[in-house]
Design a protein around this ligand. Structure first.
Ligand code: 1GP
Length: 254
């Protein structure tokens, strides 16, 4: 089964999917096997692996370790062309539509595409939209984005509609890792009613209540990372997963 189809199934069954971002740079010194197993047991539906800025040459090694223990898909969330690997199940083929750097809209993709084909790595075409979130995040800075103002849902809708018309598979509303404020639920609601494609929301989601609100507003997938990189918070993974999986299973009639 394609990873994208798996993700759609999860969304349909559970209301929304819970994706955990593993940034290899931030997990130095951690036992990745333990992290992965605990996340799976807590209800994480897939792992995203990547970083807006990697300062160590540990991408392949980290990915191998994550793949070794993961029973759910491992999807590259690339911060650069250096984050491509045959070891993953899929890659978010990101076009940073809010960027002012054409290489990040379509440019690096020309270099990447033949490699993805050679590796038989499933690309999931993703319109990546940076949303204003209270401070300049690494994602905003590195993607050279002019972020969409948080109260201007209509701009996010228009971008998403254009992305839908181009045929993107996903739209990612990104507040940036460690954002002060996550994407507003009103924007998630508006975008998810405007386009048919699934909406991913990430950045600055710090409690299960916010995750639940965003999922109920229409996010198909919720991404968190930063919160669980901090000591002592991994025990809250299950509460997040349960909050994202808001749809109750339909009882079987006997
Ligand atoms: C970043 O959306 C992700 O792309 C995760 O953000 O680290 O703030 O949870 P956080």
């Amino acid at each position: 089964m394609k990873t994208f189809d798996y993700l759609l199934d999860i969304r349909d069954q559970k209301g929304a999917g819970f994706l955990l971002l593993l940034d290899p740079d931030k997990l130095v010194g951690e036992n990745l096997g333990t992290v992965v197993k605990h996340a799976q047991d807590s209800g994480v539906d897939a792992f995203l692996v990547g970083s807006s800025l990697m300062t160590r040459d540990i991408f392949e090694r980290s990915l191998a370790e994550i793949k070794k223990y993961s029973k759910v898909p491992v999807i590259i969330f690339p911060g650069s062309l250096f984050q491509i690997s045959a070891q993953a199940d899929a890659i978010l083929f990101l076009s940073a539509l809010t960027s002012r750097n054409t290489d990040l809209i379509v440019g690096n993709h020309v270099h990447a595409a033949p490699l993805l084909k050679q590796h038989d790595l499933e690309p999931i075409s993703t319109a990546y939209l940076l949303i204003e979130s209270g401070k300049l995040t690494t994602a905003h800075f590195m993607s050279d984005s002019l972020p969409i103002p948080r109260e201007k849902a209509e701009i996010a809708c228009a971008y998403s509609l254009a992305a839908d018309m181009f045929g993107f598979q996903l739209v990612y509303l990104e507040a940036g890792s460690g954002a002060l404020a996550h994407v507003p639920k009103e924007m998630v609601f508006a975008v998810s009613r405007t386009v048919r494609m699934p909406v991913i929301v990430g950045g600055g989601i710090k409690d299960p209540e916010a995750a639940n609100e965003l999922a109920r507003a229409g996010a198909s997938f919720i991404v968190t990372g930063n919160f669980f990189e901090k000591n002592g918070n991994s025990g809250k993974l299950k509460a997040f997963a349960d909050a994202v999986h808001f749809k109750q299973p339909v009882p079987t009639v006997v």
